[in-house]
Ligand binder design. Structure first.
Ligand code: MSP
Length: 653
């Protein structure tokens, strides 16, 4: 029987600069899924690539005095090198300058024209060069591009248009019929309201620059970069070429992973194009959040706040970075990148929890049994919980992975790691080791430790592809004992495995020293030495008219860490968001006037500080049971105080 297929894609990146950690994020997430699905036995196609046409590339090349093709040949290689460094297992890499892609795009354009889905007209409107996007007057935000905030310019030219406006109803029906088409849910609501504001036909050709795919029947026009780029998902499979067997095998895609700002292109323009061509639609578009610089700003080269993944990999190894990015931030939400959070994760989760578990287990197996666990073993009731948890782990990981909840999958694996560490304390093998009569019990304890670690190592492999084989080598296992199937069974650890303690998986890092070093290499807003320029630092006079309070006064305020589990706008208000909080107690609802600065998906999953003993008040029909803390960072700039990582319910003093 043919294997089930799974097709996953990343966006194709603009090779107009060096990739930063934000670009790596989506590729790493896709890689983890591709590896997991392969492990589960799927025939996987994992596609990534570069989006090489457009005015911006043309201008960059001109600045450097080289041709656009020379420019992209160089910068695309930088992306390829980074993916190699990060152990990205993509099956294919598409460049939109590849000949087969160019030809297929031309065929698609011609076909849409033949069908009357593309027609000739005149374009007049606002264009953002950075985003390669056209905007209507009403879509602009304070006269600037609503996505990147940069300047837009008016453009007027003869152009071809795609009848996007015809597809509004079919798109809305698609979202209804296929409720998982757009994930997470909140992004779907954004798209619905975008469509309901009215869809206009889309300008799909340009004459104002030449670095693009020429329209064959009217060559002064080049194809609009987004039409060119979106088709990559099918042209990479051979659609429109002589050999479309991969297209037949893998299309429709199981999921397109994209950043939240380009969900619109993938869930409106792309399905409408496919509908116009009578082709099947992708099963899902998942709009992930952004990785923000430590001060909450979006990473961008022009702000000088990008984090270079190669520096991090050379200091901590690739797996530490893979782990941090997939564990720290729930995939659908925005998350902060800080040097401190990275090092804390490495020390506590990787060096301590996982690393120590392996080194203690292998050291004791060597010490007491010369590395080979005797087959005479005596079970005890304390083993049962560990066994049950280990047996349930694969199902929990599968479930989280099916929903693209990387952080949850890793959290489940770490629950077993913590439980196994606790099992060492409960069973105290060093005490058993002193008693000749307890050898069979000691053998059972060490066997259970190795077995739990075996299961952990198998399920960790898609996330930490370098570390997992290291664990398996120290445990002395391979083949059948490290398959996905074997991770669902207890008692597979082979009797003849030769356990051998090896090098520490993740050496512990001296936090203070390292942060100091790292801050020199990667700007960190938390470090005063890297504070923003004076005009951005808020200086205020000592507040007048604010009475001093005693510590007793202050202690009347009960501040607690609380995790935002859900968030939605309050219909009757323009400013308020309704937050559902896990406060470590019974949970509570808080209304907060921050909708101007935060969208629900920016908040869900983050931990904030709540004034928990504030008298409840009714705001626009919602009972608000407390207040969350936020800073007036500048005029009209409010920043919520996040304390991610602090357990919900922790008292703050
Ligand atoms: N070329 C288009 C995509 C075409 S897909 C048919 C594009 N390129 S991009 O290079 O600007 O962005 C590629 C992806 O990188 C986007 O999904 C974007 O969200 C992602 N990221 C760029 N910076 C990011 C962060 N700081 N954090 C997370 N992802 C970010 O758009």
């Amino acid at each position: 029987m043919d294997k089930k297929t799974f097709y996953i894609t990343t966006p194709i990146y603009y090779p107009s600069g060096k990739p930063h950690i934000g670009h790596s994020y989506c590729t790493l997430a896709s890689d983890a899924i591709a590896r997991y699905k392969r492990m589960q036995g799927y025939d996987v196609m994992f596609l990534t690539g570069t989006d090489e046409h457009g005015l911006k590339i043309e201008q960059k090349a001109e600045q450097q005095g080289i041709t656009p093709k020379q420019y992209v040949d160089h910068t695309t290689q930088v992306f390829k090198d980074l993916w190699k460094l990060l152990n990205i297992s993509n099956d294919r890499f598409i460049r939109t300058t590849d000949d087969y892609h160019v030809k297929a795009v031309q065929k698609i354009f011609n076909e849409l024209y033949r069908r009357g889905e593309i027609y000739k007209g005149e374009y007049k409107g606002w264009y953002c060069t950075d985003c390669e996007a056209f905007w209507t007057e009403t879509q602009l935000k304070d006269g600037m591009c609503p996505d990147c905030g940069r300047k837009v310019k008016i453009v007027s030219e003869e152009a071809y248009f795609f009848r996007l406006s015809h597809y509004a109803d079919r798109l809305l029906k698609l979202y209804e019929d296929q409720p998982n088409f757009i994930q997470p849910e909140s992004r779907k609501h954004e798209m619905i309201s975008f469509i309901k504001q009215g869809l206009e036909d889309l300008c799909v050709s340009r004459t104002s620059f030449s670095w693009g795919i020429p329209v064959t029947f009217d060559p002064k026009h080049v194809v609009y970069v987004w039409l060119d780029a979106l088709t990559n998902y099918i042209t990479a499979l051979g659609y429109g070429s002589d050999d479309d067997s991969d297209y037949k095998k893998f299309w429709p895609a199981d999921v397109h992973f994209v950043g939240k700002e380009i969900v619109r292109f993938h869930t409106i323009i792309w399905p409408a194009m496919l509908m116009a061509l009578d082709l099947p639609l992708p099963k899902q578009v998942y709009g992930h959040g952004w990785l923000l610089f430590g001060d909450g700003s979006k990473m961008s080269k022009s702000k000088g706040n990008v984090v270079d993944p190669t520096i991090l990999c050379s200091r901590y190894g690739v797996d530490a970075i893979r782990y941090f990015l997939l564990r720290e931030i729930p995939f659908g939400s925005d998350g902060l990148f800080t040097n401190e959070a990275l090092i804390n994760r490495i020390n506590s989760d990787l060096a301590n929890d996982l690393g120590n578990l392996l080194s203690r287990t292998t050291a004791m197996t060597e010490k007491y049994f010369g590395g080979r666990i005797p087959t005479e073993r005596e079970a005890a009731p304390v083993d049962d919980e560990l066994k049950a948890m280990a047996l349930a782990l694969r199902g929990k990981c599968d479930e989280a992975i099916d929903k693209y909840q990387f952080s949850n999958a890793l959290a489940e694996i770490w629950k077993l790691i913590s439980r196994t560490n606790k099992y060492i304390d409960e069973t105290a093998p060093w005490v058993l080791g002193k008693d000749e009569a307890k050898q069979a019990r000691l053998a059972a304890v060490l066997y259970n430790l190795c077995e739990a670690l075996r299961i952990v190592s198998v399920l960790l492999k898609p996330f930490l592809p370098e570390t997992s084989p290291k664990i398996q080598e120290q445990l002395g296992i391979s083949g059948e004992a490290v398959t996905y199937e074997s991770a669902g069974t207890w008692g597979v650890f082979p009797a003849d495995a030769a356990v051998k303690k090896g090098a520490a998986l993740f050496p512990r890092i001296d936090v203070d020293k390292e942060i100091e070093e790292l801050n020199k290499l990667i700007p960190n807003p938390a470090d005063p030495a890297n504070a923003k320029p004076a005009q951005e630092t808020k200086r205020t006079e000592k507040p007048e008219g604010i009475a001093q309070i005693s510590i007793d006064d202050f202690s009347k305020v009960d501040l607690r860490a609380a995790k935002i589990t859900a968030c939605e706008p309050i219909k009757r208000s323009k400013k308020l968001l309704k937050l559902t909080l896990d406060d470590g107690m019974n949970g509570r609802t808080v209304a907060s006037g921050i909708s101007q600065w935060y969208k629900p998906e920016d908040l869900i999953g983050h931990t904030v500080i709540v004034v928990s003993n504030l008298k409840p008040a009714k705001l626009c029909g919602v009972e608000s049971q407390g207040m969350i803390l936020a800073a007036d960072a500048a005029d009209n700039d409010v920043r919520v105080v996040f304390v991610d990582g602090v357990p919900a319910g922790s008292k703050i003093r």
